[in-house]
Design a protein around this ligand. Structure first.
Ligand code: PM9
Length: 461
């Protein structure tokens, strides 16, 4: 990767959205009202919003213009035809059904292919994916290579699946009809936006196919994954991002996408399959839950913006800037002594809350405590990815079981913030470090049965 000052943003800023920082006292009141859950904050009370990179991208002038040609026909929309062509061109999957966003696409996929009692293996499922598998009465099985769980590392592809474990999983379950498909998430969000190598994708796909099991991508951040392959995997440096993406998809049978990430759109998603019969089965779930086959919960203008965004996200200059900005924030944090997952992932920096606040036990929601304090310190909103998002309860003892990693993610929206915003975030951590010993943990006062982190409420211990 070139140094940050060897190039500049490959765009000019044409429009701005004012943000303001409210006072420390106003932040204290706001977070208290929110039950110490940053999802409950009003965005007006947030200065720099790193909650998610999903649906938060700045659209280009080409995307804004494309909105005007949106065809709002209920059936047979030409905007859908355009979106379908772009998706088929990138993925090679001709049979495309739009969905309102990623989880809509996941719902369709799980209802189409998963039966109660089955097991769905993958590198590491995202939380909504896990939720949909569980809601279907099946079991999500994360088979990330053990290197993927190491916080500090030089590994180039920490999103790779453990091929030996995948073989065992398939050996034990596929023949008995317990494996509906293998799901590969690129990049792997849950362990830090870490890339998956082409070699691993190819071998995992060969394994799945050897056991007669389809190989499906969760490709929310596939363009970022392709950029990492170009930078890091031997044999790919001279290939275009599109060529790398096409090779990747050639190993699969279909995909689900939250297009709010590498689609550079504010809303949208889709499922796409190589097999037409599978697509028709999926439509049985698209139509009742998402909408007719040619809009799937999206307006024509959404589909136009998405069709343009999918192509823009393949631009190498854009990807260099995007991934370079995340790496820049990571470098600033490392220089400030903040423990983070290294190497930095594609869409955000993941702070190791357990190492930053070692005095707060995981069952007291260490990462939640750090996320709340970061907001109080500077009005910066990150997101907890730890005990609240991924914790479970031991059915026998009733004791909480924490995930391997206790993280706060600082997700960087695409084309939205400048490097000075990043510098401000890093500086906020210096303030936090100075008073870290006084930071306390939380206990839950409310939790929903699935995806509890979106609506949980807490009180301070
Ligand atoms: N990811 C994220 O912030 C948005 C929800 S949590 C604030 O990382 C993958 C890999 C995702 C993902 C969402 C979804 C669901 C599926 N797979 O949010 O429904 O990272 O469009 O997508 C979020 P939707």
């Amino acid at each position: 990767m070139r140094p940050r000052d060897a190039y500049a943003e490959p765009y000019r800023i044409k429009m701005v959205e004012p943000v303001r920082q409210i006072s420390p006292e106003a932040r204290r009141l706001a977070v208290e009202r929110a039950g110490y859950n940053l999802f409950n904050l009003s965005s007006d009370d947030v200065y720099i919003d790193l909650l998610t990179d999903s649906g938060t991208a700045a659209m280009s002038d080409a995307q804004w213009s494309a909105l005007m040609r949106g065809d709002e026909a209920y059936a047979g929309s030409r905007s859908f035809a355009r979106l379908r062509r772009v998706v088929a061109d990138i993925t090679g999957y001709e049979h495309v059904a739009p969905a309102h966003q990623g989880r809509g696409a996941e719902h369709v996929l799980m209802m189409t292919l998963v039966r109660p009692g089955q097991r769905v293996p993958g590198n590491m499922h995202f939380d909504t994916t896990t939720g949909h598998i569980v809601l279907r009465g099946a079991e999500p099985v994360n088979l990330l290579r053990k290197q993927g769980y190491e916080v500090k590392s030089e590994e180039a592809f920490k999103g790779d699946v453990d091929l030996k474990a995948l073989r065992t999983e398939l050996e034990e379950n596929a023949a008995a009809g317990r494996t509906p498909f293998v799901l590969m998430t690129v990049t792997c969000n849950s362990n830090g936006g870490q890339p998956v190598s082409m070699a691993n994708i190819r071998q995992a796909s060969e394994l799945a196919h050897a056991y007669g099991v389809p190989f499906i991508f969760d490709c929310a951040r596939y363009a970022e994954n392709a950029y990492f392959i170009k930078m890091r995997e031997p044999g790919y440096s001279q290939k275009s991002i599109k060529e790398i993406a096409s090779e990747m998809f050639s190993y699969g049978d279909g995909c689900v996408m939250s297009a709010k990430k590498d689609g550079l759109a504010n809303m949208g998603g889709f499922v796409a399959f190589r097999d037409e019969a599978l697509y028709h089965r999926a439509l049985e779930w698209v139509i009742p839950f998402e909408g007719f086959a040619t809009y799937g919960g999206l307006s024509g203008r959404d589909m136009e913006a998405l069709a343009v965004g999918l192509e823009e996200a393949l631009d190498e200059a854009y990807l260099e800037e995007r991934i370079g900005q995340v790496a820049y924030l990571a470098d600033l944090l490392v220089d400030a002594g903040v423990p983070i997952i290294t190497p930095a992932g594609g869409h955000g920096v993941y702070v190791d809350a357990a190492a930053f606040l070692p005095h707060i036990p995981q069952k007291e929601f260490t990462a939640q405590a750090l996320a709340v304090e970061l907001y109080l310190e500077a009005g910066v909103r990150g997101v907890e990815l730890g005990m609240c998002a991924f914790g479970t309860t031991d059915p026998n003892s009733g004791e909480p079981i924490g995930p391997a990693l206790e993280l706060v993610r600082l997700a960087v929206p695409r084309r939205v913030y400048t490097d000075r915003h990043m510098a401000f975030v890093a500086r906020a951590f210096e303030g936090l470090a100075a008073r870290r010993d006084s930071i306390r943990g939380f206990r839950l006062t409310y939790e929903a049965p699935v995806l509890r982190h979106f609506t949980a409420r807490f009180e301070r211990i």
